[in-house]
Design a protein around this ligand. Sequence first.
Ligand code: TYM
Length: 334
Amino acid sequence: MENNENKKVIFSGVQPSGVLTIGNYLGAIKNWVSLADEYDCIYCAVDMHAITVRQDPAELRRRTRELLAIYIAAGIDPEKSTLFVQSHVSAHAELAWILNCYTQFGELSRMTQFKDKSVKHADNINAGLFTYPTLMAADILLYQADLVPVGQDQKQHIELTRDIATRFNGIYGDVFTVPEGFIPPSGAKIMSLQDPTKKMSKSDTNVNSFVTLMDKKDDIIRKFKRAVTDSETCVRFAEGKDGINNLMNIYSCFTGKTHAEIEKEFDGRGYGDFKLAVGEAVADGLAPIQERFDKIIADKTYLDDVIKNGAQAASYRAQKTMRKVAKKVGFIAK
Ligand code: TYM
């Protein structure tokens, strides 16, 4: 492992609860890759978060491995960054319990993700779904993370994490680094292709509403061709043009072109041309990731090693914080 001392710490994670979409990629993973050299990075497959909604056990195991393979395929180097599975480091559950005792019922009640998921899973509004944000705070605070790169929908959870850390520090002195969220200027909120007023989500029942990281070129192009736009014909970024704005954001993230450059490129051309170009840019951007993914997932020994080493490295670091926290709250030393 590379020497990451003196670098600021990044922590982030994705739930292995479904196929990953280009929303997850553009909002989170793509930025992890671009920050990886500058920071000491820790990236997690948050399987404990995933069981807040019912999962098929065999599927969850398969998806957790696939998620780590995607991290690597997307460009995270396990020699430079720590990649691990959340449930392999018991300190996450331990710190989450402690933080539960420093988080108010009212604060958790205000979390929009809890409210949304309670509606969606009305038959299973379990205590874990409610305390999900304190587990997320534990993830981040255990590693004394400075920066947390996430999409827009996680902003409220990061703010709560900051509040919990500040409160705890206020009582016990400087225990936790108070983290900052890193929300990318573009790509932080990729919208559904079928309803561009709604976030693109891997749990959407309409498969045409999202593009997954594993979709093949034909499917990607078909999904973009069907994307809901508006009755104008002009490719321009403007209020009320949610569908086109979303496609422009996606195109911009995959090509590096600005909105002005995109408007110029498609000046006088219809939506058909534009949608095809977006589909091609996305397919071309994903192709090398898919190729690397196939190789990594086939190499069981390699992936097992990454998982084992990651768990060891993460546990070691997490224990440091746990010892400090346990002492502060009044637990006797082991
Ligand atoms: P999750 O698994 O829902 O999503 C993973 C990441 O993808 C981002 N994202 C999006 N970004 C842009 N557009 C979209 N349509 C879109 N959909 C999802 C999310 O913002 C997220 O960054 N609670 C987290 C996982 C987590 C975590 C953590 C993150 C657990 N512990 C600690 C950071 C630090 C979640 O549910 O992400």
